[in-house]
Write a protein that binds this ligand. Sequence first.
Ligand code: C5P
Length: 232
Amino acid sequence: MAKDVIVACDFNSKEETLAFLDQFTDCKPFVKIGMELFYAEGPDIVREIKKRGHKIFLDLKLHDIPTTVKKAMTVLRNLDVDITNVHASGTVSMMEAAIEGLTRADGTRPLLIAVTQLTSTDQTQLENDLLIKEPMEEVVMHYAENAKKAGLDGVVCSPLEAEAVHSRCGQEFFTITPGVRFADGEKGDQKRVMTPEQAKNNGSDYIVMGRPITQAEDPVSAYKRAVKEFLS
Ligand code: C5P
């Protein structure tokens, strides 16, 4: 799949989400549906947005025993999303089971990517809460390599890590990067950010942008600006 800008539709109702998407009359952004919207509205919201012609990244971050993840993925594959994900910390066996469950009878499947370490986790939490003594950077790269070993297509990571992930796992291994802000915009609660152009130069394949687009005075212009900066 080609490089693209994914808009994080972090709304908690169908009405708000569809009213937001209705503003895009001459383009169909790639949409990220997260837990908030999916748990509020169920699978119908995925079908509705898909019916309107948008590509969908279903960001549910599955993490459970391999059998349960496989069965859950078997349900999700029928939703016809374009990308979905799991936690790499669920182990290589769990990620292999996820691929098995996601693969349809005809051999096709959505892209599957892994969350490495959440950007909300810091080195102290890694050491004290999770008893992982390695440096964060090494943990992220090791989890990315595990995802590749399991046959996944890429990882979610910071745009600052995209280049390193590509050099460890190959250029064809996707990096999907949130934490992107316009040069003149608010950072909000994202700490380490890059602009769309910097993310492009650092090797991101997809950037995920939420509030800089959803909360903009003119979301369509903000989206088009992100596309221009990231793709041109
Ligand atoms: O509004 P903002 O651009 O910060 O939205 C970023 C999106 O990416 C949100 O949906 C957030 O949950 C998600 N995300 C993130 N950092 C991660 C993983 C996902 O910001 N490490």
